[in-house]
Design a protein around this ligand. Structure first.
Ligand code: HEM
Length: 380
């Protein structure tokens, strides 16, 4: 099977395509990049923690790259997700536990977005994205970073510029310059926050410790900061939106909160692929993949693999563990905060019997990441 991760998928039946990819397992190729795509649940689960793959880009000839592209590369290598080995392990030691559970105040604020939307839009059409998914995601990031609402919105704008390049392959120097400029803005913010001792959350304390760690330093703290805001906002918005879309499903109202949240995560799988590189020759379905080959582990396809999840596109019960948060040494550090926020939303919706019925849903063209541009509808 062939896919083209650069094509426009906004009008495609993406879940059907991902389920078909899962059937093809490791027989999927990306026509634009030539990457090997691994898509069955068993293969993805097996390879996520396997040291035959690394998240770190192998050394390559950079002599033809423009200065702005080189600056961008230099910035990305410091991110937790694009690093490996001792550097990543040290970074992870600082960050582990620094993005923990959300406290009751934050959970109440999250639930209040839903009750307020129910009061304010009792009978009119409203945007689920603007009224619930986006403000809740801002609240979660604000809680982790300890930033004000306004500051968090500003940080999220910078994260969006960076994510656009990662998810939708910006290919010109102007686009790359935008990423470098966004990164520089976050660097200034972080420098001021660390200098003025704005260390009100465990996450900011961890960034301060990373910055002062002689083997890591400020650029590592900046990488962790940029990765966190970029990796948190869009997938949260997507998952919360899928939660809204599923709330009209007949079995939603009677579901048990934790199980529903896991199904929301499985069915949304906001990051549909996670990137790795082969560290040695790997045999996949009798084919040998040479070292340094780029391998996309299909989290989205794996989560819709019918051999692991019968009737994969349906809201199910008591499913096995999904892979929406990846796995191995790069397993998502925000997973528990995400689960807390989804449970708060499911809790308030099932308690009051709220269900959202969408009338206009528009997807972003990207296959790599689930994103919505419009989600309008009303309470049922
Ligand atoms: C629904 C929301 C989210 C989803 C689906 C998600 C998914 C993921 C995935 C797939 C990875 C890569 C794992 C791998 O390649 O094995 C990852 C890494 C990461 N995530 Fe999340 N994420 C979400 C929200 C968050 C939030 C809210 C935060 C923090 C506030 C966060 C912080 C991170 C960090 C720091 C990493 C890098 C870990 C490392 O490389 O060591 N994520 N996430």
């Amino acid at each position: 099977m062939l896919i083209d991760t650069m094509a426009d998928y906004s009008t495609e039946d993406v879940p059907a395509l991902l389920a078909e990819a899962a059937r093809s397992g490791s027989g999927v190729h990306d026509t634009t990049t030539g990457d090997v795509v691994v898509a069955s649940y068993a293969e993805v689960r097996g390879l996520l923690p396997d040291r035959c793959l690394t998240t770190k880009r192998p050394p390559s000839d950079t002599s033809g790259l423009s200065p702005v592209r080189l600056a961008m590369r230099k910035f990305y290598v410091k991110w937790p997700l694009f690093s490996d080995g001792d550097y990543h392990a040290r970074l992870r030691t600082h960050l582990q536990g620094a993005i923990g559970r959300l406290d009751d105040d934050v959970l109440s604020r999250i639930a209040a977005h839903v009750t307020r939307a129910h009061q304010n839009h009792a009978s009119d059409t409203f945007s689920w994205l603007k009224t619930i998914s986006e403000p809740v995601s801002v609240d979660v990031i604000a809680a982790v970073v300890g930033s004000s609402g306004e500051e968090t919105e500003w940080l999220v704008e910078k994260a969006k510029v960076i994510l656009e390049e990662l998810a939708w392959q910006v290919t010109d120097d102007e686009g790359f310059a935008g990423v470098v400029s966004a990164m520089e803005s976050v660097a200034q913010w972080l420098d001021a926050a660390l200098t003025h001792g704005r260390l009100t959350t465990p996450f900011m304390k961890a960034l301060s410790a990373i910055s002062q760690d002689a083997e890591l330093g400020f650029d590592a703290a900046l990488g962790a900061m940029c990765q966190t805001i970029t990796g948190a906002y869009d997938p949260l918005v997507a998952a919360i939106t899928v939660l809204g879309l599923l709330s009209a499903h007949p079995s939603f109202a009677h579901g048990e909160s934790a199980g529903l949240c896991e199904e929301v995560l499985r069915l949304s799988s906001p990051f549909r692929f996670t990137r790795r590189f082969a560290t040695r020759p790997i045999e996949l379905k009798g084919r040998v993949i040479p070292p340094h080959t780029r391998v996309l582990l299909g989290l989205g396809p794996a989560n819709l693999d019918e051999t692991a999840f019968p009737e994969p596109t349906e809201l199910g019960k008591e499913r096995r563990a999904h892979v929406a948060f990846g796995g191995g040494s790069h397993y998502c550090l925000g997973a528990e905060a995400v689960r807390d926020s989804l449970r708060a939303l499911v809790g308030v919706m099932t308690e009051h019997g709220f269900a959202f019925e969408a009338s206009n849903v528009v997807h972003h063209p990207s296959l790599a990441i689930l994103r919505f541009t419009t989600v309008d509808g009303r309470w049922r």
